[in-house]
Design a protein around this ligand. Structure first.
Ligand code: AMP
Length: 249
């Protein structure tokens, strides 16, 4: 079985994101970018399947500008076998990503497609669901455990009330949650080896996909700043403030 993993290049999770002065979006110039953390978990899971003899090949796919190749190289250094880069400098919304991934998936015919449950930049939590719907494949979102069987996948999902275990037929789409695994760091020899692994380049035109945005961002604003704390003189005053000012008791 081939496993295809989507890896998105996003602003690194340690960076303090700044809104552009014209409120059209967030500042990405000269900002550290990394692989979306949920996608690192996806790559790790795919490699573990490979190591366990349950996957023959792991293909990492990224969509976006030239620098996405760095994200693919990170996946290759972790242990993926080859990469596919769908190159475009245009804005990609989740529906466009899903259509592009569908085209790649139809060409590659993987048994399992792994995406992150959400990208930490747009927080859409849409792409995996859209890919499954466009393909007409089963999906299991927010996975915290995966057990590949013969023609099926048993996936434990993190839901509000606890854990839900579902059986889905393969091929299927799975999106990763935080507790699925702890991604490995790439070792230096593997980083060197990754430089020789192939990355196939395509464009949305090659795949015949219309990526025109369907949504328009009106404004992006900073969250309200935190107000300074105050010191209270007594427990009675604290209780009074919690009751009357904060309204929490
Ligand atoms: P979202 O629906 O935007 O929150 O993204 C969910 C997941 O879709 C991400 O964790 C990635 O696995 C995948 N994804 C979204 N955009 C891209 C992209 N440009 N390139 C590769 N994967 C993507």
């Amino acid at each position: 079985m081939k496993v295809l993993v989507a890896v998105k290049r996003v602003i690194d999770y340690n960076v303090k994101v700044r809104v552009k002065a014209d409120q059209s979006g967030v500042e990405t110039a000269n900002v550290k970018m990394s692989m979306n953390p949920f996608d690192e978990i996806g790559v790790e899971e795919a490699i573990r399947l490979h190591e366990a003899g349950k996957a023959e090949e792991v293909v990492a796919v990224s969509l976006g500008p030239q620098q996405c190749q760095e994200t693919i190289r990170t996946a290759l250094a972790m242990g993926a076998d080859r990469g596919i880069h769908v190159k475009t400098d245009d804005e990609l919304q989740p529906l466009a990503v899903a259509k592009l991934l569908k085209a790649v998936i139809e060409a590659e015919q993987p048994g399992l497609v792994i995406l992150g449950k959400q990208a930490i930049d747009d927080d859409s939590n849409q792409t995996g669901q859209m890919v499954a719907a466009l393909l007409g494949w089963p999906q299991a979102t927010f996975a915290s455990e995966l057990d590949i069987g013969d023609g099926n996948a048993r996936i434990t999902r993190e839901v509000d009330g606890g854990l839900e275990t579902v059986d889905v037929q393969v091929p299927c789409v799975m999106t990763t949650d935080l507790r699925l695994n702890e991604p490995r760091y790439a070792s230096l020899p593997n980083i060197m080896k990754a430089k020789k692994k192939p990355i196939d380049e395509k464009t949305p035109e090659d795949l015949g996909v219309d990526i025109a945005p369907r949504l328009k961002t009106l404004t992006v604003t900073e969250p309200p700043g935190r107000e300074a704390g105050i010191k209270v003189e007594s427990v009675a005053e604290l209780v009074d403030k919690l009751h009357n000012d904060a309204g929490v008791i």
